[in-house]
Design a protein around this ligand. Structure first.
Ligand code: ZN
Length: 316
């Protein structure tokens, strides 16, 4: 237990040791991207247009499916936008490791859990002990038809709470077109018993639970440890729908609990679209943008506020 704490403490301290700014980044505020992937759960042909909703719609861009090229393009985008860190989720842990080794200190390595039986809490415990992994998720079991309340997930939540590991979960109304996906398994209210049972669990919900606005607000008001990221809805749905949703959360007073994420999957060009969606939001103040891009993630990840502002001010 002490060893785990030491490894995790060293890792979180490492968050303060950001790489030096490159010349082109001067004046850009720092960003933490809380939602990146090393690829998709299923293989798709190179060049496949990006996902979009609602159909009929046409996605743009073209999928980069080569692992190395995808990593290079992702790192290029991270450098261009001053993205200091990315929460990196992948089904194949060896790919997550390869990215982490190629760019030391840039990624929070994390297993994508599509099927709770594809790994075990014991295996993950060992990976956290050695420092191979630092995050958990995304937990994408909703894509397979499993609700977050499924008993198979309980040992994972217990492990993450015990080891103070941040957890990303897909609990929302939309997702890929998969035969077992159910919107009804995505209500944020389903997280309530988990949050009540694990009050120290550092859990965040991707896409801010879109479009379950009222349910999301309810659980965020009631469970202060719960955060959200904006991820795919910055680019997969019409910009008007994203702004309506984000503005509702901001007007509800939740601007300190919303984090930036790009959910780039195999379309790294979507990182720029995600950044611009926040930069261009007409209803966000500069302070709110800085919170979403950086400060909220720093708080969620466990760095104290003073250190966060010191790190931020370096880039002012
Ligand atoms: Zn994702």
């Amino acid at each position: 237990m002490k060893k785990y704490s030491l490894v995790l403490a060293l890792f979180w301290l490492g968050l303060l040791a950001f790489p030096q700014d490159k010349p082109g980044q001067r004046g850009l505020q720092p960003i933490i991207d809380m939602h990146m992937h090393t690829g998709l759960p299923d293989e798709i042909p190179a060049g496949t247009p990006a996902l979009c909703r609602p159909d009929p719609c046409e996605g743009d861009g073209g999928a980069t499916v080569d692992d190395t090229r995808l990593m290079e393009k992702t790192l290029e985008a991270m450098d261009r936008y001053n993205i200091k860190k990315g929460f990196l989720s992948g089904i194949d842990i060896s790919t997550v490791q390869a990215w982490s080794e190629a760019a030391p200190g840039r990624f929070i390595a994390s297993p994508f859990i599509l099927d709770p039986n594809s790994t075990t809490p014991g295996r993950l415990r060992e990976a956290y002990r050695t420092g191979e992994l630092q995050g958990m998720g995304e937990i994408g079991t909703q894509l397979m038809g499993l609700s977050p309340t499924d008993p198979a997930l309980e040992p994972y939540f217990a492990l993450a709470e015990e080891l103070n590991v941040p957890v990303l979960i897909h609990t929302l109304g939309i997702g890929p077109y998969m035969p077992h996906f159910r919107s009804a398994s995505g209500s944020p209210l389903l997280l309530e018993n988990i949050l009540a049972r694990h009050p120290k669990l550092r859990l965040y919900v991707e896409n801010a639970g879109f479009p379950f606005r009222d349910e999301m607000i309810a659980v965020m008001y009631q469970y202060p440890q719960l955060y959200v990221d904006v991820s795919t809805i910055t680019w997969v749905i019409p910009r008007t729908a994203f702004y309506d949703y984000l503005e509702a959360l901001i007007r509800a007073g939740l601007g300190k609990r919303i984090m930036f994420g790009s959910d780039q999957m195999v379309w790294p060009e979507k990182i720029s679209e995600a950044v611009e969606a926040i930069q261009q939001a007409p209803f966000l103040t500069e302070a709110q943008k800085r919170d979403i891009f950086y400060n909220n993630a720093v708080r969620f990840l466990g760095i104290d506020g003073e250190s966060a502002s010191q790190v931020t001010s370096v880039h002012d």
